[in-house]
Design a protein. Structure first.
Length: 322
């Protein structure tokens, strides 16, 4: 066991305790957590800063508001329902369409049909805090439903892939993409069975695929190879992620980005306590990259930070460091 622990440490693998004490507690002032723990506040911050996010149709704050669902979404055929304080994708309901014959019947992204009463019950559970951090009362957001960029059509099942970028003091240091599967029921959640794939920070090209604790060379539902996909507008995605340092003041943050076929890159949410599975997807430890990022100079110019990140944390840089 001790030999195994030493081997992981030599490779720079960051553990949860070390992440919490050396980075989260050190770089993320507690008073700033509400800026990212509350998705509504995050959205308002991003909009004020000119950062693209999914359009907000309305907010359900009370049981009375639930009766306004049809009015808030209007003629929109598809939309997403999210708890403002949810985590890990819990409580998210994605409506993919409506019945042409029965207006109060909705089709979810997994193909199942629910009526307005069922959606109202789900909204009521959100308000009661069933999906919120700490179980506190919550509000529900009604948002634009992301349309998958065609580049991912062969690499996901039903849902929308998302890109997670870890940003330390404004420098993007590691990234991955999470690909929905049949097993994950269309959700981009690694714990529920989505495929994770590492992304080369320098190029935005997918490297290694992981499904659970096993390597995955192909998507389990489509058979499409995972490695070698170049994410479009990669420099812009890194710039979006890097801007979240100034947006929130958090020195260690996970930035989740989606690619919409119509609107391009959109910030989905931010996380002050990003998970550590990103290391498995990249076959690389976060600690070595974090230490190098801390040694980089404070830099106000975001373009300079992005360029230094690509030079310092890409695959070629990792090979040189090894």
């Amino acid at each position: 066991m001790l030999t195994w622990i030493r081997a992981l440490r030599k490779r720079g693998v960051l553990g949860m305790n070390e992440r919490n004490t050396d980075y989260i507690m050190r770089l993320n002032p507690r008073r700033l957590y509400p800026l990212v723990d509350d998705k509504l506040r995050t959205k308002e911050l991003a909009i004020a800063a000119g950062i693209a996010v999914p359009q907000l149709y309305g907010v359900i704050r009370t049981e009375h508001d639930i009766g306004e669902l049809a009015t808030l979404v209007g003629s929109t055929q598809d939309f997403a329902i999210k708890p403002a304080h949810g985590s890990g994708g819990d409580g998210i309901m994605v409506v993919a369409g409506r019945s042409p014959r029965t207006p109060d019947v909705y089709r979810l992204v997994d193909g199942s049909l629910v009526n307005e009463a069922a959606i109202g019950f789900h909204l009521s559970n959100i308000l009661a805090g069933q999906f919120s951090l700490g179980g506190h009362r919550d509000v529900a957001l009604l948002e634009y439903c992301i349309k998958v960029d065609p580049i991912f059509s062969d690499l996901c099942f039903q849902g929308v892939p998302d890109i997670r970028v870890i940003v330390l003091r404004g420098y993007p240091i590691m990234a991955m993409i999470r690909l929905p599967t049949r097993r994950s029921r269309g959700k981009a959640n690694l714990h529920q069975g989505a495929v994770g794939a590492g992304l080369d920070i320098a190029s935005g090209v997918t490297t290694f695929g992981v499904l659970g604790n096993e390597s995955a060379g192909e998507h389990p539902d489509t058979g499409t190879p995972i490695a070698g996909l170049a994410i479009p507008r990669w420099d812009y995605l890194l710039t979006l992620a890097a801007r979240c340092y100034e947006l929130t003041g958090l020195g260690y943050v996970g930035v989740d980005i989606v690619l919409d076929r119509q609107y391009g890159p959109l910030i989905l949410e931010l996380n002050a306590r990003p998970g550590l599975n990103i290391q498995i997807c990249n076959r690389a430890g976060l600690r070595h990259r974090a230490e190098r990022a801390l040694a980089l100079p404070e830099e106000a110019d975001i373009a300079v930070r992005v360029q230094r990140a690509r030079e310092s944390f890409g695959t070629a840089a990792e090979l040189r460091a090894a």
